[in-house]
Design a protein around this ligand. Structure first.
Ligand code: ADP
Ligand code: MG
Length: 463
């Protein structure tokens, strides 16, 4: 039996003393051992910023410290919450075989994103109704409270304003406080795909009726059903009809239903009338855009959560610039932090922030171009742009160049010949070779996968 927690403790013991106490506390202490894949110890980082910093500055130290333990692990890999789905099998097998002997109260692996909690949600004028209603249904799912009917709870508002966050907060709360309840979170798009798959797998009309039955029964078992982004529920081949039945089954049994959308039910043009009236039958709560105080509070909260620091001017600057979408606001903060880590300026000022955001696609023309990609790859690998497009063949430069080429072919629709020209007049077959080589590695080399993901993070619009 392997106890990865013990091995991680041993590794940590080997590490302390190898780096300053503050750095140890900030970066090493916050990592949690998660599972093992191909003899690589997978550690979970609390934020993208931690992941990037650890990968950049401490991975070699960790690897060495790990090699001094009794384990047979050959390497470590740092991942964040969003990457957990890639390791579902490994994480599950650890639980099933009891390979982990974790004496700490084991956090139940759930479908919910851990940091999307009520505690981490900043409440203000624009979202207080939605917030309180969400808390109410989390505490007492399915029950009517006084005059207010919270079933269904319908949350609506623009992109990046916290709808999905609230659904996960409800999920996290119920998982912790009402563990016997089954909660299902499903994006409308996934529900649609599942439905059409079930449909195409059933042939004759008999079988079709049977599939419907099975589908409906699966949902009937649930105590709390959350469907995210219902504006995507297509009105096609019986999908809304099926959902209407699921809705009624649950509703009649006093089960809680929570829905979100980017607009109120009456503005969802594709919605059948009977579903619309069901959706409007409970509480409609809208989420508006946050004012500047809230935006500042959100940045501050995020800094505490991620243990990062920028000065007040930067907080204000970001809050002022990004006023309609919190995802973009958070993205901008991450980008500033990432950039300042790359240029070794740990406490960024406004000038650094402006510099970090200057290259971002959004601020220039709204579309990504090859220059953005070359810039991002160049700062990520600390390799000059001149070297990137040169004929130099050293390993580092060649790898960075191939990754740049791969990203350009993946993200832009440029002719291969043009890409060849950008890279110092290379032949298009060279471009194809680079693209295919990295494409193959992305499939089975987690190191390359990670690099690509980090660089894409640098490229994200609005960041
Ligand atoms: P939506 O689903 O409405 O498009 P999300 O729930 O995905 O938006 O929110 C986008 C990001 O903004 C998430 O990282 C979320 O945690 C954050 N966020 C949104 N609203 C708040 C808030 N009031 N307080 C803290 N973070 C928030
Ligand atoms: Mg969402």
């Amino acid at each position: 039996m392997i106890d990865i927690r013990k091995i991680w403790q041993e590794t940590q013991a080997n590490l302390s003393g190898e780096l300053p106490a503050v750095a140890y506390m900030l970066w090493i202490d916050s990592l949690t051992p998660l599972c093992v894949k191909d003899n690589v110890l997978i550690l979970l980082a609390p934020s993208l910023n931690t992941k990037i910093t650890v990968n950049k500055n401490y991975k070699d130290l960790i690897r060495t410290a790990l090699s001094k333990t009794k384990s047979t692990f050959v390497d470590v890999d740092i991942i964040i919450d969003e990457e957990k789905p890639f390791f579902t099998k490994e994480i599950d097998s650890f639980h099933d075989n009891q390979i982990i002997i974790n004496s700490e109260p084991r956090k139940k692996q759930t479908q919910f994103i851990a940091r999307y909690t009520f505690d981490n949600f900043v409440v203000g004028e624009s979202n207080k109704l939605a917030f309180h209603a969400a808390q109410q249904v989390a505490q007492k799912p399915g029950s009517a409270e006084g005059y207010l009917n919270f079933n269904p709870l319908f949350l609506y508002g623009g992109v990046g304003l916290g709808k999905t966050h609230l659904l996960h907060a409800i999920g996290n709360y119920i998982t912790e406080h009402l563990p016997s309840m089954s909660v299902l979170y499903v994006p409308a798009e996934k529900l649609t795909t599942e439905y059409f798959e079930a449909l195409s797998n059933s042939g004759s009309s008999d079988k079709k009726a049977f599939t419907f039955q099975v589908f409906r029964e699966k949902y009937r078992e649930i105590d709390v059903l959350m469907v995210d982004d219902v504006q995507f529920l297509k009105n096609k081949i019986g999908l809304q009809e099926m959902f209407f039945h699921i809705f009624n089954d649950l509703y009649q049994n006093g089960k809680q239903i929570i829905l979100t959308s980017d607009r109120p039910p009456k503005e969802i043009g594709t919605l059948e009338d009977r579903l619309r009236s069901r959706f409007e039958g409970g509480l409609l709560a809208d989420i508006g855009t946050p004012n500047i105080e809230m935006r500042i509070a959100i940045i501050r909260k995020k800094m505490i959560l991620e243990k990062i620091a920028v000065n007040d001017d930067v907080v204000y600057y970001l809050a002022e610039q990004f006023d309609t979408n919190i995802r973009e606001l958070e993205g901008a903060l991450s980008k500033v932090i990432l950039y300042s880590t790359l240029i070794n300026k740990p406490y960024p000022d406004v000038e650094t922030a402006k510099e970090a955001l200057k290259n971002s696609a959004q601020h220039r023309s709204g579309t990504l171009d090859s220059n953005d990609i070359i810039n991002a790859v160049s700062s990520y690998f600390h390799i000059s742009k001149v070297d990137l497009i040169s004929k130099k063949k050293t390993k580092d430069i060649a790898e960075a160049r191939m990754i740049a080429i791969y990203l350009i072919t993946e993200l832009l629709s440029l002719p291969l010949v043009t890409i060849g020209q950008i890279f110092g007049g290379r032949d298009h077959t060279t471009i194809i070779h680079s693209r295919d080589k990295i494409a193959a590695e992305v499939k089975n080399n987690s190191d390359v996968q990670r690099k690509i993901k980090d660089i894409k993070e640098l490229l994200k619009p609005g960041m």
